[in-house]
Design a protein around this ligand. Structure first.
Ligand SMILES: [Zn+2]
Length: 422
């Protein structure tokens, strides 16, 4: 029996009628289904407890009024500890130097209570918008406020563990990882299932022994069993080639832990042959790249004069995908000195990113950066593909087509563990 829940009930659904991207339906489910021009099919899915137990085609029912549904979202790269700090630590210049300076002032002001409040607010918002997992970089490693940040993280991780899968990456100065305090933090992160991070680009590595430091950090990550996720080449300056330095090290000595690179903006300024070669190396080493369009369109391509940006801070996503690299899209900063917008809303991020990246949601390559690829980055059990036995964790939009979703902000209904959140 079909049951579409009314707005005023939170009773668990038994069967849902939805529109779904055929590319995110497991092969073997509903053979012979023909998608429409948006790559969507009409499905009836049966739910028992927290699991999808049956998937059937809705051949005769027109899809014009069924809700377009998506898998619960995964955030591959955010900064929970500084979310919502723009109002107290604004960066009106919009430039990276101003962001750094405001971020530094914010560090002096950190307390366990303040960081806990921000993380809870961020996670509450993300949860209500249908996220199921988030990886957050956190300002740690010998900075003012590091201890407060760490305490806030351990409290909040514990409090949310029954609802969200959370991963912590310590965003620390590279040299910190060669200190005794760095080794101690790596041990703590290992216990939390977290990772080691840092930020490397032409402007902050020039003249420093960064390759040796990076090699030391990778060794530490391997020893402690921590994954690695680096902010790399977050600039449109073509001289920034830290990613190549990382790949050299990984080729010399393969790591037994997962490695992710974030940003990679300057790669888009390299000659095509160089981009092709880097894509090949990333694919061979199974290193995914996370592109962060909101923050990087905001920060990169600025000049001191009032000038329209020409260079956009985007990794060459399509060329990387063509070379076999897993590319995920993340939300990065939310209302902090690095980017004033954002609200942990995966559908809003998608709506923003489609025209910016030309990732068409009616193609598989346009879908995966928002679905399966972030799940792969976090190493999650569910890849977001609908199949018998998968979690009943869905986002239902008000739209019935991609065009409608792209035209209008969406009020979302979230199904988690087979129950409506709202
Ligand atoms: Zn970031």
């Amino acid at each position: 029996m079909d049951f579409q829940p009314r707005q005023d009930t939170l009773a668990p659904p038994q069967t849902l009628h939805i529109r779904w991207p055929l590319a995110l339906l497991a092969p073997g489910c509903c053979r012979g289904l023909a998608p429409d021009g948006d790559g969507l099919v009409n499905l009836a899915i049966a739910i028992d407890g927290a699991t999808v137990t049956r998937i059937e085609p809705l051949i005769r029912i027109g899809g014009s009024r069924l809700p377009l549904a998506l898998p619960a979202a995964v955030e591959p790269h955010c900064h929970l500890d500084k979310a919502f700090t723009w109002s107290r630590f604004p960066n009106p210049s919009g430039a990276m130097a101003g962001a750094m300076e405001a971020n530094f002032r914010e560090h002096q002001d950190r307390s366990v209570a303040a960081v806990t409040d921000r993380i809870n607010r961020a996670l509450q918002t993300a949860w209500r918008h249908g996220y199921r997992a988030l990886r957050s970089h956190l300002d740690l490693g010998g900075r003012a406020g590091s201890q407060a940040t760490w305490e806030a993280v351990t409290h909040t991780w514990d409090a949310w563990s029954d609802r969200l899968q959370l991963q912590a990456v310590a965003l620390a100065p590279l040299e910190f990882w060669s200190t005794a305090a760095g080794v101690r933090l790596a041990r703590q992160l290992a216990r939390l299932g977290g990772g080691l991070g840092g930020a490397l680009a032409h402007h902050n590595t020039q003249g420093s022994p960064w390759r040796e430091r990076l090699a030391g950090m990778l060794r530490l990550a391997a020893e402690q069993g921590c994954m690695v996720d680096l902010h790399l080449d977050e600039t449109c300056d073509p001289r920034s080639r830290c990613l190549e330095g990382l790949l050299d090290l990984l080729e010399q000595e393969p790591l037994p832990v997962s490695v992710t690179v974030s940003h990679g903006c300057s790669l888009a300024q390299q000659p095509p042959e160089q981009v092709r070669r880097t894509a090949e190396r990333l694919a061979t080493l199974h290193v995914p790249l996370v592109s962060l369009p909101t923050t990087n369109l905001w920060l990169q391509g600025r000049s001191s004069e009032r000038r329209t940006p020409r260079l956009r801070g985007l990794a060459p996503i399509h060329e990387l995908q063509e070379g076999g690299v897993t590319v995920a899209i993340g939300g990065d900063n939310v209302a902090d000195p690095w980017f004033p917008g954002g609200n942990f809303d995966p559908v809003e991020l998608w709506r923003f990113a489609v025209p910016v990246t030309h990732l068409h949601p009616w193609d598989l390559r346009g879908l995966t950066p928002f679905t399966s690829a972030p799940a792969q980055v976090l190493g999650l059990a569910w890849d977001g593909v609908l199949r018998h036995g998968c979690p009943a964790d869905l986002i239902l939009t008000e739209a019935s087509s991609w065009q409608a979703l792209l035209s209008t902000p969406q009020r979302l209904r979230i199904l988690r563990d087979g129950r409506w959140l709202s």
